[in-house]
Ligand binder design. Structure first.
Ligand code: AMP
Length: 570
């Protein structure tokens, strides 16, 4: 795993050329307190994500607490106490060690949200291996790309998913072991039935001393703006997971928490598994895909206190009348959060009307490994704003001062690149196979996120767009997000994606793709009304010159609209 450390930047490599105003000061005390909470019981043994999530609570009365409640597609549920999770993940750790895999090897999963996925992750982390979950809806091509990039040595999968991998084997020489959850045995091809191996594995395992800087997780970005990249995180990320679970999600031991993200994305591993377990909450895992009725039943019947979901799921729920939501008892719901895409102001307020709580935006990305900016639990959310930085994180809006790559802070309200003082614990430590690209993401001691934002004088951050998505039209810089936000306020508009189309006179002209709510027919008259609405709200410089009605927006598998694909189809 050594190559992943090539680009390591711990925030101490400050360059003397940084202007004084740019000096960064990671709030070390916030992290020291949390480190003490995590390693206090086992000083000198390093820091291990699975120890922080499970082992540390597994003994004594805490061990009896419900840790994981899994809701199967068939709607039966199964529950693991912390002690059960400890025991079952020990079996997985012993099984992986028994295969002869040394620490540092990559263990991947390719399956739906079944218990074995979570137990593999915890078992691999306990054994010092690196965990990487692949999204079950991938076809053979993305599976091959990811297994080759991570050089996975073992894969835990299902019979149905294995059918996609079988023909890829000749290209995956490093993939020594495939363990099939629901039974295939073909030892000659290194394919084994998982269950008998598990039955033989001991339920006692002692986590070896774990260097907090050793690689623990590989996540692939959703590829919103380019080819998906393999991002490496280390065990020290536990500090950030626990801090944000407490400070942002407000989780405590009596809470029931549901994160709807799949572990194929970073959110599904960090907040769909590790962080809530660290905080001692009961984790809800639903095996099934989005279904409005099922989701509302889960929120109500499981008495979910804190919910974490995405704008795309919320948009789908918003197509239903408020009366639908009012059939369910959601009194237990205390907080609802969103991540992954801009959360438009209308959604924040819709939450209040439909669910009884506003939706709170959080911002982070695969590379940051945890929530960086949020509308925290104790203040009223600012509709349309990402919020303010979490404790221990220093965020800034910066602009590049010239071709020499210098950077300087933007003033209040000015648009620039969202950046973070490097060195927070869950910061990515490398991009697989691309040390140069990794290094380029840091300037002086700042990590540049690739997103554009502005910050008010009071420290509230507002999303503007991706650097790569900005449109330059007739000399104006236009944020697609700003235009989309206005279009979404028009009652007939369901989704909007705004791109720049090459134009001889304007450089680029603003084109909006719009999908309409079910039952609304596209017409020239409607196009004219939306155009007029946009012009009145945005002015002629920013308003779209063209509107194209489309039945569905192109989205990546994380459900995010990919503007690049819209532009390509133009
Ligand atoms: P990923 O590559 O899947 O990690 O996606 C990260 C990107 O999603 C960020 O760089 C943002 O562009 C976008 N994103 C995540 N959260 C938010 C948010 N709250 N508001 C706007 N964009 C977001």
């Amino acid at each position: 795993m050594a190559p992943y450390r090539e680009g390591h930047n711990d925030g101490n490599q400050r360059q003397s050329s940084s202007p004084e105003t740019m000096r960064t000061s990671i709030d070390r005390t916030a992290w020291q307190d949390i480190r003490l909470a995590l390693v206090g019981e086992a000083p000198g043994r390093g820091l291990n994500l699975a120890h922080a999530a499970v082992t540390r609570h597994a003994f004594g009365p805490q061990g009896k607490r419900p840790a994981l409640r899994w809701i199967s597609k068939a709607s039966g549920t199964r529950q693991w106490s912390v002690a059960d999770l400890e025991r079952d993940s020990n079996r997985f750790a012993n099984l992986l060690v028994g295969l002869g895999l040394p620490p540092g090897q990559v263990v991947a999963t390719l399956c739906e949200r079944v218990p074995e996925l979570y137990l593999t992750a915890l078992g691999a982390l306990k054994a010092g291996m690196v965990f990487s979950a692949l999204y079950a809806s991938y076809g053979p091509e993305p599976i091959l790309h990811r297994l080759m990039a991570s050089r996975a040595a073992a894969l835990v999968t299902t019979r149905r998913q294995y059918a996609k991998v079988r023909d890829l084997r000749p290209q995956l020489a490093h993939l020594a072991h495939i363990l099939v959850i629901d039974g295939v045995d073909d030892r000659k091809a290194g394919v084994q039935d998982l269950q008998p191996l598990l039955a033989e594995a001991s339920e006692i395992f002692s986590i070896p001393d774990t260097d907090p800087e050793s690689p623990a997780l590989i996540h692939f970005t959703s590829g919103t703006t380019g080819m998906p990249k393999g991002v490496v995180h280390v065990h020290d990320a536990a500090l950030h997971h626990l801090l944000t679970a407490r400070q942002v999600l407000d989780l405590a031991a009596s809470d029931v928490f549901w994160c709807t993200a799949d572990p194929g994305w970073v959110t599904g591993v960090v907040y769909g598994m590790l962080a809530p377990l660290m905080a001692g909450a009961t984790l809800i895992v639903d095996e099934a895909e989005f279904d409005a009725r099922r989701w509302l039943q889960i929120l109500s019947e499981q008495r979910v206190n804190v919910w974490y979901t995405s704008p795309s799921a919320l948009r789908r729920l918003m197509t239903l009348p408020l009366s639908f939501f009012h059939q369910y008892d959601l009194k237990a719901l205390r907080l609802a959060f969103s991540v992954g895409e801009p959360l438009h102001a209308t959604v924040v307020d819709w939450g209040r009307d439909a669910l009884g709580v506003p939706i709170r935006d959080t911002w982070w990305q695969t590379e940051t490994g945890g929530i960086m900016i949020a509308n925290g639990p104790h203040v009223a959310p600012r509709p349309g704003a990402m919020g303010s930085p979490v404790d221990g994180i220093q965020a800034a809006v910066l602009h590049r001062t010239g071709p020499g790559n210098g950077i300087a802070p933007c003033g209040p309200g000015q648009v620039g690149e969202l950046a973070f003082s490097a060195g927070w614990p869950s910061m990515f430590r490398g991009l697989i196979g691309d040390g140069e690209h990794y290094r380029r993401r840091f300037v002086d001691s700042w990590y540049l996120s690739g997103d554009l934002a502005r910050c008010d004088a009071d420290g509230t951050f507002w999303f503007v767009g991706r650097v790569d998505d900005m449109i330059k039209t007739a000399g104006h810089l236009v944020s697609p997000f700003e235009v989309e936000s206005v279009l979404l306020e028009y009652p007939d508009v369901y989704e909007a994606g705004v791109v720049g189309i090459p134009d001889n006179h304007l450089g680029q002209r603003v084109r909006a793709y719009i999908s309409l709510h079910p039952g609304v027919a596209a017409s020239e008259a409607l196009r004219g009304r939306i155009m007029a609405f946009a012009r009145q709200r945005l002015g002629s410089a920013l308003a779209p010159r063209e509107i194209v009605f489309t039945a569905a927006m192109p989205k990546n598998q994380a459900g995010k609209i990919v503007r690049r694909w819209l532009a390509e189809q133009s």
